[in-house]
Design a protein around this ligand. Sequence first.
Ligand SMILES: O=C(O)C(=O)CO
Length: 321
Amino acid sequence: SPKNEKCKVLIANPSVPQAGLDILEKKCDLIKINNESKAEILSKVKGVDAIFYATYIPLDKEILDQAGSQLKTVSLMSAGYNHINIPELKERGIKLSNTPKVLSDAVAEVAVLLTLGAARRSHEGRKKIESGDWKSDPQWLLGQDISGSTVGIIGLGSIGQAILKRLKPFGVEQFIYTGHKEKTEGKELGAKFVDFETLNKNSDFIIVSAPLTNETRGIINDDFFSKTKKTAVLVNIARGEIVNQEALIKALKEGKIFSAGLDVMTPEPLPVDHELLKLPNLVLTPHIGSATVKTRNSMSVLAAKNILKGIEGEELLTPVF
Ligand SMILES: O=C(O)C(=O)CO
């Protein structure tokens, strides 16, 4: 926009933490949407310099076309960017940022919650209390130990490392991980790099902390569960689509694995009558990995700072590209 005009930023979610908006309001005019919908985004995006894209609504060509050629930068309030049409942004020279690292500890805490909950059958136990089926039987509601176990981490990025650090004090015998390549951090943390199949066959706990890409979509499938230990616990804090949910449901029903804990699933929100909600050996949380007061504030502030960098044409603090 011309020099005498203030920058314009679309805030694409009505409940972005104020800490980030405070930073932006000093320099730009903020255009806010009233409810989280594509129609609202389309009706307000025209002419903005930047979008504070705090939503998982797919960011597609239609939104970018509607925005116009002055759009410089898109700032996400998430680590994941699988909902963004990357080629369309690149073609237009629009810069993209995410908010990695500031959320790793919070997401790792939920991973520990789900690991413990699934291992010790917390959901099933709660249901038994409610139905009056509490038994004083030494063989009742037996779970799996983290102590002495092998933990396999799919994706040893910032979040995977934070999970490893938190599980270590539980007395894990061995950490193994898989991903694109062996990492120096893996070595430092005492984790062994293995291939996907080796991880599957050897893990007592399988934790998914990889981004959703064409490479990871559906990699936890029927074939995977045919090789998993029957006592294994699966935890997913990444993206639901990495797991073939039909295959997971079958594996949980048929005892191909022991239990699972999911913070992410498909679809989100999950319909109230969904089959996942009927499984006793599944612990669910509603995509709350980064949902703490401190972390969401940090994400909002980082996303706002990225917007100002992008508008000024400076290097983004946490660029995707
Ligand atoms: O940051 C992400 O990608 C999350 O899913 C957590 O909010």
